[in-house]
Every structure is written in C-alpha cells, then in structure tokens.
Design a binder for this molecule. Structure first.
Ligand SMILES: Nc1ncnc2c1ncn2[C@@H]1O[C@H](COP(=O)(O)OP(=O)(O)OP(=O)(O)O)[C@@H](O)[C@H]1O
Ligand SMILES: [Mg+2]
Length: 227
C-alpha cells in the first residue's frame, strides 16, 4: 500500500524556493495502477523519485506498507529501496559491460543471498520474450528489448511498488505497446502498486487511476471516457 499525505516539494534557488509540488495526497493499494501526465517540467519525475525514496519531500509523508522511508537510517533506506521499489528509468540505465541476465540480477547482489534469483530472472526474461537473449549485451539489443530488460530488473526482487518514468518514451508505437502489455501482465501477476509517468494513451488507458500534474497539484481524471 502506497500512501501519500500532504506532500510538497520545492528546490532552493538563489532567488528563493522553487515550488514544484504542493499538497499532494492519494493512496494506492496492491493491484492498483496510476498513470501521471503533465507538461514538461511540471514535476512528474520529481514525484516518482520521492515515491521511490530517491529524493526527500520538503514536507508531507510517503509510506509504503506503513513504512516512511525518510525516517530510516542510511543502510535501512538502501535496503528499503532495494526490496520495496522497482524503478524503470526513462533511458533504461543498463550496465553495458554486463549481459542481459547479469543486468537483471544486479539488484539481487546486495543484502542476504537469494539463491532463487537466477531462476526468477530467467522466468522474467522468458516472460518478456527474451529467453534467447540472456547472453547478449545491451548494445546488441533493440530499444524495446532494452526496456524489457529494465522491466525485468525492476521486478526481480518482487517489489510491492513499481515506478516507471516514461517506459515507452523512446520507443515506436509497436514496441511501446509490447512493453506496455508486458508491464501490465507482470503488474497483474505480482499484484504490485504501479505508478507510471506516460503520455502513451494505450498505457494510460490500462490504468485504473489517471492523474494529471497541473500547477503543482495532482488532479484525478475520469477514466470512464478512455478506450
Ligand atoms: N535539483 C534541482 N534543483 C532545482 N530545480 C530542479 C532540480 N531538479 C528538478 N528541478 C526543476 O523541477 C522541475 C520539475 O522537474 P521534473 O524533472 O520533475 O519535471 P518532469 O515533469 O519530469 O519533466 P519532463 O516531462 O521534461 O521529464 C523542473 O522545472 C526542473 O527544472
Ligand atoms: Mg521527467
């Protein structure tokens, strides 16, 4: 369960604080998916970074399954990010020197040993249609294939919260649809809370909740009218 209460974010600048987000409150449970749209610079990535405990809010709270990550000591915070959050960055951020299988396994290399991880990684990669690409390096993959590896990496620890920043942003329509379908397939199978920043209408249409960031506020949009 993700719960956001009176969240605000501003960045200090020489001309005073730059307000980005103000008074955001919402909650999402397992199996819920929310899409976020909004103009460039409106704070979508900032919000995802706060939800993923990569950036602290200025005020307000975020809890994941009752835990407020910003109250944790540094080592616990690192473990929280590793165990509870799967993050798909817009430009995938795969390690070029590692194979597909190794990239997916990277989050499992910290903390206590996870003997089942290689099996889960293979299953996930099979699920995203890359079973025959395990030994490839990222440079030997297409853009859509790299995004699918990034998706498998985000899900390898079976996190309750999955955050995606424009996961189909760099892909053409067909490849974007493949990634969107796989994202939702895995979301439904693992019953995650999914928050996805996307302008892909097909992807947004799959979400039970649609948000738009306007003027520092998050407004909920009606989902009944979308295909
Ligand atoms: N560290 C920082 N210091 C000051 N301002 C920042 C910092 N990081 C981001 N900003 C500003 O915060 C605003 C929101 O940035 P953010 O990256 O969240 O936007 P976005 O909605 O994701 O945009 P895009 O659609 O272009 O990715 C921008 O105006 C940006 O310039
Ligand atoms: Mg952004």
């Amino acid at each position: 369960m993700l719960k956001v209460t009176n969240l605000a974010k501003s960045y200090p600048t020489p001309r005073g604080p730059l307000e980005i987000l103000s008074d955001l409150s919402f909650s999402l449970g397992p199996g819920d998916a929310a899409s976020i749209v909004g103009p460039s610079g409106s704070g979508k990535s900032t919000l995802l970074y706060i939800l993923g405990a990569l950036e602290p809010p200025t005020s307000g709270t975020v809890t994941v399954d009752g835990v407020d990550p910003f109250t944790l000591a540094p080592a616990e915070l690192a473990a929280f990010r590793n165990r509870r959050v799967g993050f798909v960055f817009q430009d995938h951020l795969l390690l070029p020197q590692c194979t597909v299988l190794e990239n997916v396994l990277i989050p499992t290399l910290v903390g206590q040993s996870d003997a089942d991880a290689p099996g889960r990684a293979r299953d996930l990669l099979e699920g995203v249609g890359l079973a025959d690409r395990l030994d490839h390096r990222p440079a030997e993959l297409s853009g859509g294939e790299r995004q699918r590896v990034a998706l498998a990496r985000a899900l390898i620890r079976q996190p309750p919260l999955v955050l995606c920043d424009e996961p189909t942003g760099n892909l053409d329509h067909a490849a974007g649809d493949v990634v969107a379908t796989m994202l939702f397939d895995l979301h439904q199978r693992q019953d995650t809370v999914l928050v996805v920043v996307t302008h892909n209408t097909g992807l947004a249409a799959k979400c039970s909740t649609r948000f738009e960031l306007v003027g520092q506020r998050l407004e909920q949009r009606d989902t009944s009218g979308i295909a």
